[in-house]
Design a protein around this ligand. Sequence first.
Ligand code: NOJ
Length: 577
Amino acid sequence: MERQWWREAVVYQIYPRSFMDSDGDGIGDLNGITARLDYLQWLGVDVIWLCPVYRSPNDDNGYDISDHRAIGAEYGTMADFDRLLAEVHRRGMRLILDLVLNHTSDEHPWFIESRAARDSPKRDWYVWRDGRDGRAPNNWESIFLGPAWTYDAGSGQYFLHLFSARQPDLNWENPAVRAALFEIVRWWLDKGVDGFRLDAISHLKKRAGLPDLPNPAGLPQVPSYAAHMNVDGVLDFVDELARASFRHRDVLTVGEANGVSAAQAEAWVGRARGRLDMILHFEHWTLWSRDPHAALDVAALRTILSRWQRALHGRGGNALYLENHDLPRVVSRWGDPLRYRYESATALAAVYFLMEGTPFIYQGQELGMANTVFASLDEFDDVFARNRIARLRAEGVADAAILAELALTSRDNSRTPMPWDDGPHAGFSTARPWMKLNPEYRTVNVARQQAEARSVLAFYRRLIALRRTHAALIDGGYTALLRANRQVYAYLREGRGERYVIIANLSARPARYRHRGFLLRHAELLLANHAVAPHEDTMHCRLQPFEARIYRVPDAARPRATTAARTAAAPADEELC
Ligand code: NOJ
């Protein structure tokens, strides 16, 4: 199989506003990132994904770009960017940019020109429609709540925005728009960046005719994902983008692809297709977002992740992730930060990190950071949170209830400044940070965890090293084990004559399992987050809350199950105690 560097890589996602401030304005910046590259190199990271640093009014913290070829003043200058890129490359690492091609800021010159008049040459660069009886052109709701249309009094029409009213959607049906965007992509590649994370890429195509969606409940607007998420024809746009800008370059492209199923993934990232290298799917989010109060359903997680493993094995890249800047912290979602922070952060890490694919780490995840503490509704910064507050207040919901909801669900949880040490402002800045620090920074910070052998950070570092030195963990096959177990997530990676078993109790209760297929020997234990007694050469064992172990399985302990047996619904060689 052709070697692709990114298959062996580990990606680290930086939210620049909150990573490191070098100039004392309380906002993270490019020189701050450059100053912390040694840390990322020490950790073992290969690729940095930089969330947007372009010029932007920051209605959505940079996902509203007003100049694609300029750096936002708060982040520094283009010279700072060039220096960062050079320093990344000097360390043998790579840098990918987060590019937003679905929409721009309303302050982008294209939109300013577009809105200026109905006959503006750029009018058709965005999606403009007449209203219907003084109301929006259709009943779609924006992803950030409220109508997906805003009326422009100057020109007497409505424009479409799937996200905030300050993020008008570009009209991808217009070839001039596509050409202008492809030119931007090539401009950055010519500068030497190593690829892109492509924001909201599954939303580029809108359902033809922009029709109303069914509204049996008579709502003012209806959730409109179905009308713009992975709509037929979107892959033609992606195809054209790839052909025009990156297909023949050795870069990494990662599409944010809400709404794309495992069954459809090959069309997006299949090697033979030449479209994207990987997509970030949302399927495992839904386990949490459907009910943020519910405990992790291990069986459902296994079903989803295994489906993605099967769908792309040998065909295309899988992006492995548990956190990003749009999600609350994973130890707060699925772990137990109060009683088992170390154990739950590391068990979750072991489970997702060693599957087939490219692991992504979101800044602070490697410390096991938990959700932050919000004292009042004024502390929320995120545009979605602000819109949600306005809506719930309008519905008469008490502030305390709104606070309880957002404390659990808000994207701001993962956007607090990076805690580098326990000093003033957590070593993030010399000034008061733009967003309140997570108060746990005094105990959860980089300096402290670097000094401790038993820290989440040390575990991530060992995981990265382990993956790097065991080829079967990169491209070996994946088989889910203990498939009836509701607490333990276990799987086998197998290839090149090597095999590994990853086994983790993802619950806060002790778990038991028995597996007749493997003898797991203490001498072959590669990594664990609990002490394991030497006599525990075993096919059955008791796992502590959130205990995780990674074993090499020697040849002598070959599984007896055939491939056919392993794919059967209830494997006979697995029993639960
Ligand atoms: C997805 C990004 O990850 C998110 O942060 C942003 O708000 C939306 N796309 C809109 O660009």
